[in-house]
Design a protein around this ligand. Structure first.
Ligand code: ATP
Ligand code: MG
Length: 749
């Protein structure tokens, strides 16, 4: 078979081993995703498997679309019918069909993180708790953590260990919030993202006939990026594959970067226990990157203790050395990135899309964007405040959601008085109290507004429900595009935006038009059989940030390292290689945290095919102020034989800077400390033997403290910004640092 020629012997072995459990453990860029793709093609083409019987779970919907495309190229259109998508989108589809079995309507809403936080805020307020203690973010991640470990609220409330844990964290009411949150979601006919997996587990646990149906359907199950699955996801796949046992998982423990979301590297280790006759294939030859990049990546990951042994190697040529770029400030870092891209593009005849700039946190994109704009280099940002998170888009989507599911509380809150129709907060509160305290369906409350609201308010609510009803009728009769169009017009939303003649207003109007275009595209796509508004909404709710860009223009990609997983670019810049930024200040409390950051660095470096740049700045605006930065400890961990210091510093600083680097080929690459700045990464403080973090609630200016890494220092300022309390501390050896007190471990001396 011709296509098998594009594989090396172990890859081919993995492709041809179609029956029984298979685990492919392999290094970055060694062809894991390629093997999955070929394996599906092989199953269909050579083994005659019906595409309908194959389920593949990918990390993003975009990855699924790309794989489908590739399979089509290999074997033709037959590939169309395979089941392929993320865990969330695949099981949302199944839940839509089976919803009634677990008491949900089939048109259930999917709450995004904003909706969830808004609901938590409401619940915390109703329970008369302090929202500074029960912060929506903290509560949500606690609940999410529980759900990803399949801990229901009932179990949560009755578990003495969890209780003790919450009490120690001074949040004893967490379990009740969890309970109320779930009840409220259920009543609103809504699921959050974690529920999609949790409820699939419930469905398969309680309805064996349903489980059996899907077990029979999915004769072959495949999972890409297996290292980042959580317990809930793992159990679903295990159950589905229990009958045929044709399960193939593909992963790299060195790239596990979602532990904070409950992903568990143990899944890889347990897999061998769960399937004693498991066949394991190791792929170690990297096809993506130059020798220098592979060697650098190996040297980084070797510093981690927790890892499976693998030797990643490549036959590719050495390529250029990795370039270390030092900038005087974050703005200069942006300029240097932009200039380098400009030059490399010209010198090597590359496209914008051959470049990616990767950062640890979204906020770092600003200075890079500015510089790229100034040089007229087209770029796109993946993630960040994406299109579907913009207010005007969420508003119109909320209308659509409410028309589809009239119990959707969060959608209701968004649209009831927008555009303004004289329904005030008190009226909304009365409606919600009636619905939630007396447990009456929201829509029933709304359609009986006369019975508990005064004349004017009742009339306004009445007009609103009449409008929603008419939208409902349109939705039944028309496709998603026509329905959405009428909703946008008749709700008054489009007019409201149109009348705002400011530039922002114009932008918002155009965005809404853009959403309507997207719906039209959806309706016109022959692959989408269900053209209803409900189907479109579900599709949108499950797009991840990575899926939302359309690859039409030639643009440099800007994204967080987390979103770059599985991708590759000819040239990659990893920017902000500074202590406290990368590794992140929030991830330095334990060895496990630091190792996860290091794996993230490994993921970043292995995205590069031909050239890798590591950049850092000496000063950077963070927390609204100019801070001195130290080069990241990770820079010292890169094998010095693979790296060189950038020679063409653009500014007048270049001469001075060059002196600071000794371009050694052995040992530490030699970042010398500037005379006026304190010692850098090389001398991390060793905590005193009796080091124990103090309660920092009463920390005051002038106090002396010890930090486990930065050593001794004096508090120069305490500030409260929003929900965060921050201390500026002048450390003896590390200069001034601003630390978030909820994270920093400090001993008051
Ligand atoms: P990651 O760990 O980043 O997810 P991966 O292991 O999934 O990487 P792929 O993305 O499948 O790796 O492959 C990396 C690159 O190497 C791709 O460009 C792929 O086409 C190429 N490649 C993989 N195997 C071969 C091969 N046998 N011959 C030629 N090219 C290959
Ligand atoms: Mg891959």
């Amino acid at each position: 078979m011709d296509y098998l020629k594009g594989l090396n012997p172990p890859q081919r072995e993995a492709v041809e081993h179609t029956e029984g459990p298979l685990m492919i453990i392999a290094g970055a860029g060694s062809g894991k995703t390629r093997v999955l793709t070929y394996r599906i093609a092989h199953l269909i083409h050579a083994k005659g498997v019906d595409p309908f019987n194959i389920l593949s779970l990918t990390f993003t919907n975009k990855a699924a679309a790309e794989m489908k495309n590739r399979i089509e190229q290999l074997i033709g259109l037959e590939a169309r019918n395979t089941w392929m998508g993320t865990f969330h989108s695949t099981f949302a589809k199944i839940l839509r069909v089976e919803a009634d079995k677990i008491g949900y309507p089939s048109n259930f809403s999917i709450y995004d993180a904003d909706d969830s936080k808004s609901l938590i805020r409401t619940i915390v307020k109703e329970m008369k708790l302090d929202d500074k203690v029960y912060k929506p973010n903290t509560v949500l991640s606690r609940i999410s953590g529980a759900k990803n470990r399949l801990i229901s609220w009932e179990t949560y409330l009755n578990d003495p260990f969890i209780k003790a844990d919450d009490e120690a964290a001074m949040k004893p009411r967490m379990g009740e919030i969890y309970r109320n949150y779930q009840r409220r979601l259920f009543k609103a006919g809504a699921m959050d993202f974690d529920d999609l997996l949790f409820n699939t587990n419930v469905l398969f646990r309680d309805h064996l006939d349903v489980l059996n149906k899907y077990q029979q359907r999915f004769k072959y199950v495949m999972v890409d990026e297996f290292q980042d699955t959580n317990v809930s996801q793992y159990l679903i796949t295990k159950k589905l594959a229990a009958v045929h046992q044709n399960i193939c998982v593909v992963g790299d423990d060195a790239q596990s970067i979602y532990a904070f979301r409950g992903a568990d590297i143990q899944n890889i280790l347990n897999f061998e226990k769960d399937y004693p006759d498991l066949f394991v294939v190791k792929l170690e030859q990297n096809y993506r990157s130059t020798k220098n990049i592979v060697q650098a990546a190996n040297s980084i990951i070797a510093k981690n203790k927790a890892q499976l042994k693998k030797e990643v190697w490549t036959q590719n040529h050495n390529g250029e050395l990795i370039e270390l770029i030092k900038a005087s400030s974050d703005n200069e870092e942006g300029r240097m990135v932009a200039t380098t891209i400009f030059e490399e593009k010209n010198n090597k005849k590359l496209n914008n899309s051959d470049f990616a700039v990767l950062y640890r946190t979204n906020s770092q994109s600003r200075s890079i964007e500015e510089a790229l704009r100034k040089m007229n280099i087209t770029y796109k940002i993946v993630g960040g405040l994406s299109f579907y998170q913009r207010k005007e888009i969420k508003d119109l989507m909320a209308y659509m959601r409410f028309v589809v599911n009239k119990e959707d509380e969060e959608a209701f809150k968004r649209v009831i008085n927008y555009p303004k129709r004289g329904i005030g907060d008190t009226t909304v509160e009365k409606i919600l109290v009636a619905a939630y305290e007396h447990d009456i369906p929201l829509w029933e409350v709304l359609t009986n507004a006369n019975s508990f609201l005064s004349g004017r308010a009742a009339n306004a609510v009445d007009d609103f429900t009449t409008m929603i009803k008419s939208f409902g009728i349109e939705m039944e009769r028309k496709d998603a595009y026509e329905a959405a169009n009428s909703i946008a017009k008749q709700s008054g939303l489009l007019r409201e935006l149109y009348e705002d003649k400011t530039i922002e207003g114009l932008n918002r109007y155009e965005n809404v038009q853009e959403l309507l275009n997207a719906i039209k595209e959806y309706v016109d796509n022959p692959e989408n059989e269900d053209k209803s508004l409900g189907a479109f909404l579900q599709e949108i709710a499950l797009l991840t940030d990575n899926d939302r860009d359309k690859d039409t223009t030639d643009a440099v990609t800007l994204m967080t390292i987390h979103s770059s997983k599985g991708l590759e670019f000819k040239q990659v810049f990893v920017v902000g290689m500074e202590e406290d930024l990368f590794p992140s200040q929030m991830m330095m409390q334990s060895r496990e945290d630091l190792e996860e950051e290091r794996r993230l660095f490994y993921v970043a470096t292995t995205r590069a095919m031909e050239k890798l740049y590591l950049t850092y700045a000496l000063t950077r605006y963070r927390f609204g102020r100019l801070l001195n930065c130290e080069p990241s400890r990770f820079l010292e961990e890169v094998d010095p034989a693979c790296i060189r210091v950038n020679k063409r510093m653009t500014s007048a600083l270049s001469g001075a800077l060059r002196n600071e680097f000794s371009e050694g080929r052995s040992g530490f690459i030699g970042i010398k400390k500037p005379a006026n700045r304190p010692t850098t990464t090389a001398k991390i403080h060793t905590p005193s033997p009796d080091f124990k973090p103090s309660n920092t609630n009463n920390l005051k200016e002038g106090m002396l403290v010890e930090h486990p890494k930065f050593g001794y220092g004096k508090v120069t300022k305490i500030e409260i910004e929003g929900i965060n309390k921050k201390a500026s501390i002048q450390f003896d050896n590390f200069g001034e640092k601003v630390l978030l007190l909820s994270f920093a471990k400090l001993r008051i001396i």
